[in-house]
Design a protein around this ligand. Structure first.
Ligand SMILES: CC(C)(COP(=O)(O)OP(=O)(O)OC[C@H]1O[C@@H](n2cnc3c(N)ncnc32)[C@H](O)[C@@H]1OP(=O)(O)O)[C@@H](O)C(=O)NCCC(=O)NCCS
Length: 331
């Protein structure tokens, strides 16, 4: 297949991580777990946890400032501001509107996208669509996740997996540069919603004392089923995104996968035909920060010089919904 011409390119990226580091040993002091169990089953050594008073809008807006600075974009130039979050600061209005107010992006249309860990890839794809339609010149795509606010800290099967952080990217028209999003593949399967969800607190199970007492407003997960679906779906998405781009694995310079578990990452890389030297991994430092994971990893890989001009990057994610997706990007 002929490689499509990119329409929207990444003009800047950024990330923000709270300073507070919580190690596996710290968790073992309050949960029946151990550093050894967490490391061998997940690859995670530590995660960042935002302090009280630091919420998703803060995590996201700090990352956005960096991305805008690199892109040379003033707040008033942003046409569309898309925020992915599984941990909105309030039910109403959107966290995107809060971030808009913090940044002063007064001319932007701002809204949240709810696609869990795949949210940033969904957001990039939506921004690309706005640019392709000629409805935006500057798109700001932010991921803002305070997972520590929705995790059940008494449940060792989920509490050890997650962390907090923000990531961002600015997209602009490629204008024939040859750089930008080459292909993407997004998918969802609502039939498997209850493998990873927050049952209470919405319209089905409104807030009540018994709902709170039973922790039904917090994250519930079937780990093994999620694991199997993640490996299968991410492998398939990588395959389809590469095919749409006319790429084979040898064309990919770096895989930037969602960082939920090192074993899921290794299996995805294997299916995609990529050696681990071509895979960016930072799960040991941050754990799973839902949709913020991919843009944070992407930004770190750039800062470490692993993504440079002309690099072909494959990025892939998987999350609640279920949702999953992959994207190839030429920098
Ligand atoms: C959660 C996950 C690490 C569990 O690993 P696993 O190898 O599947 O482990 P299991 O769930 O089979 O549990 C094995 C045992 O470890 C125990 N265990 C679970 N969490 C533990 C912890 N933090 N510390 C110590 N033991 C733990 C279980 O209770 C179980 O004990 P049992 O055999 O006595 O019942 C793994 O399933 C996973 O990563 N799933 C995907 C999760 C994910 O990525 N979610 C987000 C998607 S975006």
């Amino acid at each position: 297949m002929k490689t499509p011409t990119p329409i929207a390119e990444i003009a800047g990226t950024g990330h923000f991580l709270p300073d507070n580091v919580v190690t596996n040993d710290d968790l073992a002091k309050r949960l029946d777990t151990s550093d050894e169990w967490i490391r061998t089953r997940t690859g995670i050594r530590e995660r960042r946890i935002a302090p009280d008073g630091m919420h998703a809008a803060h995590l996201g807006s700090e990352a956005a400032k960096q991305a805008m600075e690199e892109a040379g974009v003033e707040p008033g130039e942003v046409d569309i501001l898309i925020v992915s979050t599984a941990t909105p600061d309030r039910w109403l209005p959107s966290t995107a509107c809060d971030i808009q107010a913090i940044l002063g992006c007064d001319n932007a249309v701002a809204f949240d996208v709810m696609a869990a860990c795949t949210g940033h890839i969904y957001g990039l794809s939506m921004a690309e669509g706005y640019i392709a339609a000629g409805r935006a010149e500057v798109a700001l795509v932010v991921a803002a996740e305070k997972m520590s606010a929705i995790v059940d800290w008494t449940d060792r099967t989920t509490a050890v997996l997650f962390g907090d952080g923000g990531g961002a990217a600015v997209l602009r028209p490629s204008n024939g540069s040859g750089r930008g999003i080459v292909s993407s593949h997004l998918q969802s399967d609502g039939n498997l919603a209850e493998l990873l969800y927050r049952p209470g607190g919405g319209a089905i199970e409104p807030i009540s004392q018994s709902m709170l007492d039973n922790g039904r407003h917090l994250l519930h997960m079937h780990g093994r089923e999620i694991f199997k679906n993640a490996v299968r779906s991410m492998a398939e998405a990588c395959d389809i995104a590469m095919k749409k781009a006319g790429f084979t694995s040898s064309d990919i310079d770096l895989l930037v996968p969602h960082q939920a578990n090192i074993r899921i990452i290794e299996a995805t890389a294997k299916y995609a035909g990529l050696p681990m030297e071509k895979v960016f991994v930072n799960v040991e430092k941050y754990g799973n920060m839902s949709s913020a994971t991919v843009p944070i990893a992407f930004h770190e890989a750039r800062m470490e010089g692993l993504i440079g001009e002309g690099s072909n990057v494959l990025t892939v994610a998987f999350g609640a919904g279920l949702t999953w997706g992959a994207m190839t990007i030429r920098m």
